[in-house]
Design a protein around this ligand. Structure first.
Ligand code: FES
Length: 156
């Protein structure tokens, strides 16, 4: 995953100023901020509102209307867990339950500022060795909840 610089108000102001002349500038600005920082920091809202002469509620409304915008930094690690048929037969759904119960990791939840998230995918082409997971390009077979939690860096 590409590394993003930390949120920086001066950098954000430059991006906003650069695009503020556009017709319907809110969306291009939000996309540019997310591209730069990996998310749209809530601190950007008053900056955008001021430059575009909009209310903060307008800017908030646009951010929440489009589900692509993140309002918290993206997780540093993404573990993709296969939940397709063959991996289901090999216990991936029990693994998902164990993860939640024993490690407090809810699959496909992007809530909060977790450093790692577990996302559902459907078939990683490693069906015979399921449940399968993909972590930063590395395919891992026969995973269990402890292994996934360790990959997430969660305390056990
Ligand atoms: S079904 Fe899980 S890797 Fe194919």
């Amino acid at each position: 995953m590409a590394a993003h610089p930390a949120w920086d108000e001066d950098g954000a102001r430059l991006i906003i100023a650069d695009l503020s002349h556009l017709e319907g500038a809110t969306l291009p600005i939000l996309h540019a901020l997310q591209e730069e920082f990996g998310y749209v920091d809530p601190q950007a809202v008053p900056l955008i509102a001021e430059v575009l002469n909009l209310s903060r509620a307008d800017v908030h409304g646009t951010i929440s209307f489009y589900h692509d915008f993140r309002t918290a930094p993206p997780p540093r690690h993404i573990v993709k867990l296969c939940r397709a048929e063959a991996c289901q037969a090999l216990g991936c759904e029990a693994l998902v339950e164990d993860l939640a119960r024993e490690h407090g990791i809810v699959v496909d939840s992007h809530d909060g500022n977790r450093d790692a998230v577990v996302e559902t995918v459907y078939c990683l082409g490693n069906c015979a060795l399921g449940p399968s997971a993909l972590v930063e390009g590395e395919l891992i077979g026969r995973v269990d909840a402890d292994r996934i939690a360790a990959l997430c860096g969660a305390r056990q």
